[in-house]
Design a protein around this ligand. Structure first.
Ligand SMILES: [Zn+2]
Length: 293
Protein backbone atom coordinates (compact mmCIF):
# COMPACT_ATOMS: atom_id res chain seq x y z
CA UNK A 1 0.00 0.00 0.00
CA UNK A 2 2.74 2.36 1.05
CA UNK A 3 4.74 1.51 -2.07
CA UNK A 4 1.77 2.29 -4.28
CA UNK A 5 1.32 5.61 -2.53
CA UNK A 6 4.98 6.56 -3.09
CA UNK A 7 4.83 5.53 -6.73
CA UNK A 8 1.72 7.61 -7.34
CA UNK A 9 3.20 10.54 -5.47
CA UNK A 10 6.45 10.41 -7.43
CA UNK A 11 4.75 10.13 -10.78
CA UNK A 12 2.60 13.14 -9.92
CA UNK A 13 5.56 15.28 -8.91
CA UNK A 14 7.69 14.20 -11.84
CA UNK A 15 5.16 15.00 -14.56
CA UNK A 16 4.90 18.48 -16.02
CA UNK A 17 4.10 21.14 -13.47
CA UNK A 18 0.95 23.27 -13.77
CA UNK A 19 2.93 25.81 -15.78
CA UNK A 20 5.89 24.74 -17.87
CA UNK A 21 9.08 26.55 -17.02
CA UNK A 22 11.29 27.54 -19.90
CA UNK A 23 14.30 25.24 -19.88
CA UNK A 24 17.34 27.46 -20.26
CA UNK A 25 20.88 26.21 -20.84
CA UNK A 26 23.55 28.83 -20.13
CA UNK A 27 27.18 28.25 -20.98
CA UNK A 28 28.75 30.48 -18.30
CA UNK A 29 27.83 31.26 -14.68
CA UNK A 30 27.24 34.97 -15.34
CA UNK A 31 24.81 34.14 -18.15
CA UNK A 32 23.02 31.70 -15.90
CA UNK A 33 22.77 34.33 -13.18
CA UNK A 34 21.37 36.94 -15.58
CA UNK A 35 18.85 34.45 -16.98
CA UNK A 36 17.64 33.85 -13.41
CA UNK A 37 17.38 37.61 -12.78
CA UNK A 38 15.22 38.04 -15.87
CA UNK A 39 13.35 34.73 -15.85
CA UNK A 40 13.03 34.16 -12.08
CA UNK A 41 10.48 31.38 -11.41
CA UNK A 42 9.46 31.11 -15.08
CA UNK A 43 12.77 29.48 -16.03
CA UNK A 44 14.91 26.58 -14.91
CA UNK A 45 18.56 27.11 -15.73
CA UNK A 46 21.35 24.59 -16.35
CA UNK A 47 24.90 25.97 -16.40
CA UNK A 48 27.54 24.16 -18.46
CA UNK A 49 30.77 25.71 -17.15
CA UNK A 50 31.98 25.98 -13.56
CA UNK A 51 32.97 29.36 -12.09
CA UNK A 52 36.68 28.55 -11.83
CA UNK A 53 37.02 26.78 -15.13
CA UNK A 54 38.95 28.48 -17.93
CA UNK A 55 36.17 29.14 -20.48
CA UNK A 56 38.65 29.01 -23.39
CA UNK A 57 39.51 25.37 -22.89
CA UNK A 58 36.31 23.41 -22.34
CA UNK A 59 35.45 20.05 -23.82
CA UNK A 60 31.90 19.02 -24.68
CA UNK A 61 30.68 16.34 -22.30
CA UNK A 62 27.72 13.94 -22.74
CA UNK A 63 25.91 15.71 -19.88
CA UNK A 64 26.14 18.99 -21.83
CA UNK A 65 24.69 17.38 -24.94
CA UNK A 66 21.86 15.93 -22.88
CA UNK A 67 21.14 19.39 -21.44
CA UNK A 68 21.09 20.78 -24.98
CA UNK A 69 18.65 18.11 -26.07
CA UNK A 70 16.12 19.13 -23.41
CA UNK A 71 16.59 22.89 -23.75
CA UNK A 72 14.03 25.41 -24.94
CA UNK A 73 16.82 27.95 -25.30
CA UNK A 74 20.59 28.02 -25.12
CA UNK A 75 22.18 31.31 -24.10
CA UNK A 76 25.88 31.89 -24.65
CA UNK A 77 28.66 34.48 -24.62
CA UNK A 78 29.58 34.38 -28.32
CA UNK A 79 32.58 36.11 -29.94
CA UNK A 80 34.02 32.60 -30.34
CA UNK A 81 34.55 32.07 -26.61
CA UNK A 82 32.61 28.78 -26.78
CA UNK A 83 33.98 27.73 -30.17
CA UNK A 84 35.71 24.67 -28.70
CA UNK A 85 32.53 22.96 -27.51
CA UNK A 86 29.31 24.76 -28.41
CA UNK A 87 29.14 23.74 -32.09
CA UNK A 88 29.45 20.12 -31.03
CA UNK A 89 26.69 20.48 -28.43
CA UNK A 90 24.38 22.16 -30.93
CA UNK A 91 24.99 19.46 -33.49
CA UNK A 92 24.95 16.40 -31.24
CA UNK A 93 21.94 17.38 -29.18
CA UNK A 94 19.80 17.30 -32.35
CA UNK A 95 17.41 19.86 -30.92
CA UNK A 96 15.91 22.02 -33.69
CA UNK A 97 14.84 24.67 -31.15
CA UNK A 98 18.40 25.75 -30.34
CA UNK A 99 20.18 25.76 -33.70
CA UNK A 100 21.57 29.10 -34.94
CA UNK A 101 18.88 31.29 -36.46
CA UNK A 102 16.14 29.89 -34.19
CA UNK A 103 14.72 31.98 -31.28
CA UNK A 104 16.09 29.35 -28.88
CA UNK A 105 19.66 30.20 -29.88
CA UNK A 106 20.67 33.35 -28.04
CA UNK A 107 24.14 34.77 -28.66
CA UNK A 108 24.55 37.52 -26.03
CA UNK A 109 27.35 39.17 -27.98
CA UNK A 110 24.74 40.32 -30.50
CA UNK A 111 23.55 42.79 -27.88
CA UNK A 112 26.94 44.25 -26.92
CA UNK A 113 29.40 46.72 -28.33
CA UNK A 114 32.50 44.60 -28.72
CA UNK A 115 35.98 46.11 -28.57
CA UNK A 116 39.21 44.91 -30.21
CA UNK A 117 37.64 43.50 -33.35
CA UNK A 118 40.38 42.25 -35.62
CA UNK A 119 40.59 41.88 -39.35
CA UNK A 120 42.66 38.97 -40.57
CA UNK A 121 44.02 36.63 -37.89
CA UNK A 122 46.23 33.59 -38.02
CA UNK A 123 47.44 31.08 -35.48
CA UNK A 124 50.76 32.86 -35.00
CA UNK A 125 48.87 35.61 -33.15
CA UNK A 126 47.87 33.19 -30.41
CA UNK A 127 44.37 32.31 -29.27
CA UNK A 128 42.91 35.63 -30.40
CA UNK A 129 39.24 36.32 -30.88
CA UNK A 130 38.79 38.02 -34.29
CA UNK A 131 35.19 39.07 -33.56
CA UNK A 132 36.31 41.12 -30.56
CA UNK A 133 37.31 40.73 -26.92
CA UNK A 134 34.79 38.23 -25.49
CA UNK A 135 35.18 39.15 -21.83
CA UNK A 136 32.41 41.76 -21.67
CA UNK A 137 30.85 40.37 -18.47
CA UNK A 138 33.06 42.86 -16.58
CA UNK A 139 31.28 45.71 -18.38
CA UNK A 140 28.23 47.27 -16.72
CA UNK A 141 27.30 49.07 -19.97
CA UNK A 142 27.26 45.81 -21.89
CA UNK A 143 25.61 43.76 -19.16
CA UNK A 144 22.71 46.20 -19.25
CA UNK A 145 22.39 45.61 -23.01
CA UNK A 146 22.60 41.84 -22.55
CA UNK A 147 19.94 41.86 -19.82
CA UNK A 148 17.60 43.82 -22.09
CA UNK A 149 18.30 41.58 -25.07
CA UNK A 150 17.76 38.50 -22.94
CA UNK A 151 14.43 39.80 -21.63
CA UNK A 152 13.23 40.46 -25.20
CA UNK A 153 14.38 37.01 -26.29
CA UNK A 154 12.62 35.25 -23.40
CA UNK A 155 9.53 37.39 -24.02
CA UNK A 156 9.48 36.30 -27.67
CA UNK A 157 9.79 32.66 -26.73
CA UNK A 158 7.21 32.71 -23.94
CA UNK A 159 4.69 35.34 -24.96
CA UNK A 160 2.29 34.61 -22.11
CA UNK A 161 4.93 35.91 -19.68
CA UNK A 162 6.42 38.63 -21.89
CA UNK A 163 5.54 41.47 -19.55
CA UNK A 164 6.99 39.53 -16.60
CA UNK A 165 10.42 39.29 -18.27
CA UNK A 166 10.38 42.95 -19.26
CA UNK A 167 9.41 44.02 -15.74
CA UNK A 168 12.26 41.94 -14.30
CA UNK A 169 14.63 43.64 -16.73
CA UNK A 170 13.42 47.09 -15.61
CA UNK A 171 14.04 46.20 -12.00
CA UNK A 172 17.52 44.90 -12.93
CA UNK A 173 18.28 48.14 -14.79
CA UNK A 174 17.10 50.16 -11.80
CA UNK A 175 19.41 48.25 -9.45
CA UNK A 176 22.28 48.67 -11.88
CA UNK A 177 21.73 52.43 -12.01
CA UNK A 178 21.87 52.61 -8.22
CA UNK A 179 25.00 50.48 -8.06
CA UNK A 180 26.70 52.56 -10.77
CA UNK A 181 26.52 55.62 -8.49
CA UNK A 182 28.50 53.72 -5.87
CA UNK A 183 30.93 52.25 -8.38
CA UNK A 184 31.69 55.49 -10.17
CA UNK A 185 32.92 56.90 -6.85
CA UNK A 186 35.64 54.23 -6.61
CA UNK A 187 38.92 55.96 -7.48
CA UNK A 188 40.41 53.87 -10.29
CA UNK A 189 41.02 56.63 -12.82
CA UNK A 190 44.63 56.85 -13.92
CA UNK A 191 45.68 53.66 -12.13
CA UNK A 192 48.01 51.33 -14.03
CA UNK A 193 47.82 47.56 -13.95
CA UNK A 194 49.57 44.66 -15.58
CA UNK A 195 47.26 41.73 -16.43
CA UNK A 196 47.95 38.09 -17.16
CA UNK A 197 45.31 37.69 -19.90
CA UNK A 198 43.36 40.26 -21.94
CA UNK A 199 40.39 39.99 -19.59
CA UNK A 200 39.88 43.44 -18.18
CA UNK A 201 39.80 45.76 -21.20
CA UNK A 202 36.10 46.61 -20.89
CA UNK A 203 36.55 47.29 -17.20
CA UNK A 204 39.55 49.55 -17.87
CA UNK A 205 37.63 51.48 -20.51
CA UNK A 206 34.62 52.05 -18.30
CA UNK A 207 36.44 52.82 -15.06
CA UNK A 208 39.32 54.81 -16.48
CA UNK A 209 42.36 52.74 -15.53
CA UNK A 210 45.12 51.56 -17.84
CA UNK A 211 46.49 48.12 -18.69
CA UNK A 212 50.16 48.77 -19.27
CA UNK A 213 51.38 45.23 -19.90
CA UNK A 214 50.44 41.56 -20.18
CA UNK A 215 52.15 38.47 -18.86
CA UNK A 216 50.84 36.61 -21.90
CA UNK A 217 52.58 38.05 -24.95
CA UNK A 218 49.92 36.33 -27.05
CA UNK A 219 46.51 35.38 -25.61
CA UNK A 220 46.24 31.75 -24.59
CA UNK A 221 49.94 30.99 -25.12
CA UNK A 222 52.26 30.66 -22.09
CA UNK A 223 54.80 33.49 -22.15
CA UNK A 224 58.45 32.95 -23.06
CA UNK A 225 61.14 33.47 -20.41
CA UNK A 226 62.43 36.43 -22.40
CA UNK A 227 59.05 38.13 -22.44
CA UNK A 228 58.64 37.65 -18.67
CA UNK A 229 62.15 39.05 -18.03
CA UNK A 230 61.40 42.14 -20.10
CA UNK A 231 58.08 42.60 -18.35
CA UNK A 232 59.74 42.34 -14.92
CA UNK A 233 62.31 44.99 -15.91
CA UNK A 234 59.63 47.38 -17.15
CA UNK A 235 57.52 46.78 -14.04
CA UNK A 236 60.49 47.57 -11.79
CA UNK A 237 60.99 50.82 -13.66
CA UNK A 238 57.35 51.88 -14.04
CA UNK A 239 55.87 50.51 -10.79
CA UNK A 240 52.29 49.73 -11.81
CA UNK A 241 49.59 49.66 -9.11
CA UNK A 242 49.13 45.92 -9.34
CA UNK A 243 49.25 42.76 -11.36
CA UNK A 244 45.75 41.38 -11.93
CA UNK A 245 44.53 37.93 -12.80
CA UNK A 246 42.02 35.31 -11.70
CA UNK A 247 42.58 32.05 -9.89
CA UNK A 248 42.93 30.15 -13.17
CA UNK A 249 44.79 32.47 -15.55
CA UNK A 250 48.47 32.07 -14.79
CA UNK A 251 48.22 32.56 -11.08
CA UNK A 252 51.59 30.92 -10.39
CA UNK A 253 53.50 33.01 -12.95
CA UNK A 254 51.77 36.14 -11.69
CA UNK A 255 52.72 35.30 -8.10
CA UNK A 256 56.34 34.86 -9.08
CA UNK A 257 56.40 38.15 -11.04
CA UNK A 258 54.79 39.89 -8.09
CA UNK A 259 57.47 38.50 -5.75
CA UNK A 260 60.29 39.59 -8.08
CA UNK A 261 58.99 43.11 -8.65
CA UNK A 262 57.28 43.92 -5.36
CA UNK A 263 54.15 44.81 -7.35
CA UNK A 264 51.03 43.70 -5.54
CA UNK A 265 49.14 40.69 -6.93
CA UNK A 266 45.38 41.16 -7.19
CA UNK A 267 43.22 38.09 -7.74
CA UNK A 268 39.80 38.88 -9.19
CA UNK A 269 36.91 36.48 -9.68
CA UNK A 270 36.77 35.23 -13.27
CA UNK A 271 33.03 34.74 -13.13
CA UNK A 272 30.13 34.74 -10.71
CA UNK A 273 30.75 32.22 -7.95
CA UNK A 274 34.50 32.26 -8.60
CA UNK A 275 35.18 33.78 -5.18
CA UNK A 276 33.32 33.90 -1.90
CA UNK A 277 30.51 36.44 -1.82
CA UNK A 278 30.07 36.67 -5.59
CA UNK A 279 26.65 35.08 -5.86
CA UNK A 280 25.16 37.36 -8.46
CA UNK A 281 26.48 39.81 -11.01
CA UNK A 282 26.23 42.79 -8.64
CA UNK A 283 28.24 41.19 -5.85
CA UNK A 284 30.68 39.88 -8.46
CA UNK A 285 31.31 43.44 -9.69
CA UNK A 286 31.43 44.74 -6.11
CA UNK A 287 34.24 42.27 -5.43
CA UNK A 288 36.10 43.07 -8.65
CA UNK A 289 36.07 46.82 -8.07
CA UNK A 290 36.80 46.62 -4.35
CA UNK A 291 39.80 44.36 -5.05
CA UNK A 292 41.20 46.81 -7.61
CA UNK A 293 40.78 49.73 -5.26
ZN1 LIG B 1 40.22 35.48 -23.61
Amino acid sequence: MRKIFITVFLSLTLTTPAFAELKVVATLPWISSLAKEIGKDKVSVTTLIKPNQDPHVVEAKPSMILAGRKADIIIYNGLDLEIGYLPLILESSKNPKIVPGKPGNCDCSHFVKAIEKLGAVDRSMGDVHPLGNPHYHYSPANILRVAEGMSNTLAGLDRANAEYYRANFRSFAERLKERQKKWSAIPLKGKKFVAYHKLFEYLAGEFGFQLVGYVEAKPGIPPSAGHVEALIESMKANKPDGIVTTSFYGRKESESISAKTGVRLIILPGDIGGMKGTDDWFSFMDTVLASLK
